[in-house]
Design a protein around this ligand. Structure first.
Ligand code: PLP
Length: 411
């Protein structure tokens, strides 16, 4: 007998999209060594950590080198100095009351959104919007909830909720009951968001159907419009049906520093096979204390500095910088008659590809004729076909240059 693998991994779609982008870009650069390629495909920030954050980070590192102030293992759930700051500065201003033990500090929203499914039974039906941040789907495939991939690019056991221009990127409530619903708002990749009224329908749905919403708010800092909620807990009753994920990656530039948090309210419950109710806060706490040993002390001190007045001022400037880029992209594309979505409450601009051109054809056109790299929408799910994602995470200069090049194309 030999060791057997987890065969669910064999069901995963290969990371074909990013490998294929790299292959095409490398080939192009080899053939055109003088071309100045501008990359607008990657969802990573480019502006450095705020000075207030770096200063705090540095002094915490120095503390680690002194016997009097050295810190070993911290609490798996995170230090209370950061958890309390989150409650005070992120949630109180929204009128949301949370307690410290409802906040779990982690090193990434990617891990948390991937790991959360572990505390739920395999028989649960999951629903995702389409297109989608791939982590939600792939983590459920690995766990064995998906069944095989079908010819239409969808997994048999997963419910897909299409979000396209036809429905204004507002997912319709599922036709058949679902248990776990992943919502990412403002959305990656479409850059669109739901209003309070629209999100309220989802809370009502979850209550009526005993479902749970897994709400990824990684981009909440980009919300500019009044009627777009920053947290799902702004909606009445959400604490009974929603888990919220947040991250310091996209608001404060922590993509390389790693810090995030997940809110698991005490009121949210699920049942076992005998119908007995269990609170998910205890389950997630058990999961984290078993498999995770906390985020490093200096990183948590650095994350706390995000909430200082100087930190807030600096992150506001960075977000405005990216949103300005997003505005330039929107305006330039619209000027040449291309339909765009998102970019108002998000660093992502979702471009409708010109008629008779699919996602990859548009990719090749931009690469070959304007030396610009974006992401074909089809890489985020079947409903992404015919769309293309551009990101505002470049420099202002590169963004302007890229738009000048696109404006000269005859599309
Ligand atoms: N959630 C969404 C929707 C994202 O787009 C990303 C990163 O691109 C993440 C989570 C990951 O955040 P983190 O850097 O905290 O892992």
């Amino acid at each position: 007998m030999s060791v057997k693998i987890n065969e669910n991994y064999l069901l995963l779609k290969s990371n074909y999209i990013f490998a294929e982008i790299n292959r095409r870009v490398e080939k192009f650069q080899k053939e055109n060594p003088d071309a100045q390629v501008i990359k607008m495909g990657i969802g990573d920030v480019t502006r450095p950590l705020p000075k207030a954050v770096v200063d705090a980070f540095e002094s915490a590192v120095l503390e680690m080198g002194q016997v009097e102030s050295f810190m070993g293992y911290g609490p798996e759930q995170g230090y209370s100095f950061l958890r309390e700051e989150i409650i005070e500065k992120d949630y109180k201003k929204l009128g949301v009351e949370l307690s410290t033990d409802e906040i779990f500090i982690s090193d990434a929203a990617k891990c948390d959104t991937a790991n959360i499914q572990e505390i739920f039974g395999l028989e649960n039906i999951i629903a995702v919007t389409d297109p989608v941040y791939p982590v939600y789907v792939d983590s459920n495939v690995m766990a064995g909830r998906s069944g095989p991939m079908q010819d239409n690019g969808q997994y048999k056991g997963i419910v897909y909720l299409p979000c396209t221009a036809e429905n204004n990127f507002i997912p319709e409530l599922p036709e058949t009951p679902v248990d776990l619903i992943y919502l990412c708002l403002p959305n990656n990749p479409t850059g669109t968001a739901l209003t309070r009224e629209e999100l309220t329908k989802w809370i009502d749905y979850a209550k009526e159907n005993n479902s749970i919403i897994l709400f990824d708010a990684a981009y909440e800092a980009y919300v500019t419009e009044e009627d777009i909620p920053r947290s799902i807990y702004e909606i009445e009753g959400a604490k009974e049906v929603a888990i919220e994920f947040r991250s310091f990656s996209k608001n404060a530039g922590f993509t390389g520093t790693r810090c995030a948090f997940t809110v698991v309210p005490k009121d949210i419950t699920a049942v076992d096979s005998e119908g007995k109710t269990h609170d998910l806060n205890s389950l997630w706490n058990r999961r984290q204390t078993t498999k995770f040993n906390g985020v490093s002390y200096p990183v948590q001190v650095a994350a706390k500095a995000v909430y200082s007045p100087e930190g807030q001022k600096e992150i506001k400037e960075s977000i405005e910088y990216y949103l300005k880029n997003a505005g330039i992209i929107r305006e330039s594309m619209e000027k040449i008659g291309i339909k765009v979505y998102g970019g108002m409450n998000s660093p992502y601009i979702w471009v409708k590809t010109p008629e008779n051109m699919d996602s990859w054809e548009f990719f090749d056109l931009l690469l070959n004729k304007a030396n610009i790299v974006g992401t074909p929408g089809v890489g985020f799910g079947p409903s992404g076909e015919g769309y293309f994602r551009l990101t505002a995470f470049n420099t202002l200069e590169n963004t302007i240059e890229a738009m000048n090049r696109i404006s000269k194309l005859s599309i």
